[in-house]
Design a protein around this ligand. Sequence first.
Ligand SMILES: Nc1ncnc2c1ncn2[C@@H]1O[C@H](COP(=O)(O)OP(=O)(O)O)[C@@H](O)[C@H]1O
Ligand SMILES: [Mg+2]
Length: 250
Amino acid sequence: MPTATAAAQTRAPALLAEGISKAFMSGHQRTQVLDGLTLSLDAGELTLISGPSGCGKSTLLAILSGLQKVDSGRVRALGSELGQLDLRALERFRLQHTGFVFQGFNLFPALSAFEQVELPLNHMGLSRNEARRRAQQSLEEVGLAHRMRLRPSELSGGEKQRVAIARALAKEPELLFADEPTSALDAANGQMIIDILHRIARTHGTTVLCVSHDPRLVVHADRVLAMEDGRILSDQRPPTPAAQDNGIPS
Ligand SMILES: Nc1ncnc2c1ncn2[C@@H]1O[C@H](COP(=O)(O)OP(=O)(O)O)[C@@H](O)[C@H]1O
Ligand SMILES: [Mg+2]
C-alpha cells in the first residue's frame, strides 16, 4: 500500500461500493441481482446485512471481497480499486487482506483445529514459527486453546465455527466477511459467534461484514443494512445490547 496516502486512507472508508450492478444469465432468463447498490463501511465495526434468501447477499460478499466482478459501478477496498486489479493482484489482495467465514465451516476433516488455522498462513509466506504463533494466539482468542489438537468430527458446531473464525483471524485481515455464519448453529452458539466477530472488529480494528437473516443477531451488530431488490433499503444502528438489557429481563 502506498505510504504517501496512508494518512488520508485512515479516514477513508475501509470498503466503498458505488452504484454496483450485477446480473446473471441462466438460459434466456436474466436476473438482475444487484442494481446500483451503494455502501460504505468503516474499520472497527461489525455490519450486518439482512435480506430474504436469493436477494444477492452472497453475491455482494463475493464482489466486495474481489471474488466476482461487477457489471458496472466500482468497489474500492483499502485504497485499491478492485476493478483495476488483474487476477493475480486480486488473488494476492484476497490472501493478504481478507478473511472468510462460511455457514458450513469449510474445515478439512483430516486436520486438527491447529492445522486448519496454520495451513493458510504457510501460503502467505510466513515463517513456520510465526505461523504457529499466530495459530496458537487466534485459537486462544476464540477460546479453543484446549481443543486445538482435535479434528472437526470431535468438535461441536459452535466449536467448528470458532475454528473457522480463528483461521480467518490468524491472517490478520483488515476485511473479514462472514456469510450466514450462524445458520447451522443453535441460538446460544449463534450468539457466541456474532459476539466473537464483534469483538474482533473492536479489538483489531477489523472491518467485519456479516450476512444473516437471523433477527436475533441484530442487537449484536454496530450497524444493520437491509437489502432488497438489489439495493440497500435501510441503514440503522441498533441500540447497544447493554442499553437494551438495562434492567429488563428477557
Ligand atoms: N453464478 C451464478 N450464476 C447464475 N445465477 C446466480 C449465480 N450466483 C447467484 N445467482 C442467482 O443470483 C441470485 C442471488 O443469489 P445469492 O447472492 O446467492 O443470494 P443470497 O445469498 O441472498 O441468498 C439468486 O437468484 C441466484 O440464483
Ligand atoms: Mg447466500
